[in-house]
Write a protein that binds this ligand. Structure first.
Ligand SMILES: C[S@@+](CC[C@H](N)C(=O)[O-])C[C@H]1O[C@@H](n2cnc3c(N)ncnc32)[C@H](O)[C@@H]1O
Length: 136
């Protein structure tokens, strides 16, 4: 991030937020450089500022990935990047026999991103798969 950049993190788990605060503080980041919001992504994201973010990273409930994309498209500035973790979902996404809700939601997300003319995307085989899409 730039020197005046601010990280906003939304997480359901207060303990994860506590550890994040401790880690950022120990690393020397001033409190105004990060904003930790406890709550569900779909409750908090609608309250965040339109086009206010350079990068939106999504890694919550896989079944909600489609709704996260709706929110992320609104939140990211033109030229900004949207990233989803677990885009390969333990190799289940590429296996048509797997039809559980998480796998299906991620498969639909990939299709939607690939078909969206306003997104330029790449699927990276890093870890469990990283989908990155730039808003153009
Ligand atoms: C689900 S974990 C995934 C970790 C990593 N992607 C992996 O494959 O091991 C990421 C974080 O999302 C948080 N989380 C899960 N569902 C959420 C939701 N609906 N809203 C906000 N945070 C959520 C969890 O508390 C956790 O800190």
């Amino acid at each position: 991030m730039q020197a005046d950049g601010v990280l906003t993190s939304v997480d359901l788990e207060a303990e994860n937020q506590r550890l994040a605060r401790e880690t950022f503080t120990e690393a020397g980041f001033a409190p105004q450089r990060f904003r930790l919001i406890a709550g569900a992504g779909l409750e908090v994201m609608p309250r965040l500022t339109d086009a206010g973010y350079d990068l939106v990273f999504l890694d919550g409930d896989k079944v909600e990935y489609g709704e996260y994309l709706d929110q992320a498209i609104r939140l990211v500035r033109p030229g900004g990047v949207i990233v989803f973790d677990n885009a390969l979902w333990h190799d289940r996404v590429a296996d048509p026999a797997q039809r559980d809700p998480e796998t299906t939601a991620i498969r639909e997300l990939l299709q939607r991103v690939a078909n969206d003319e306003n997104l330029r995307s790449v699927l990276l085989p890093l870890g469990d798969g990283l989908l990155a899409a730039q808003l153009i």
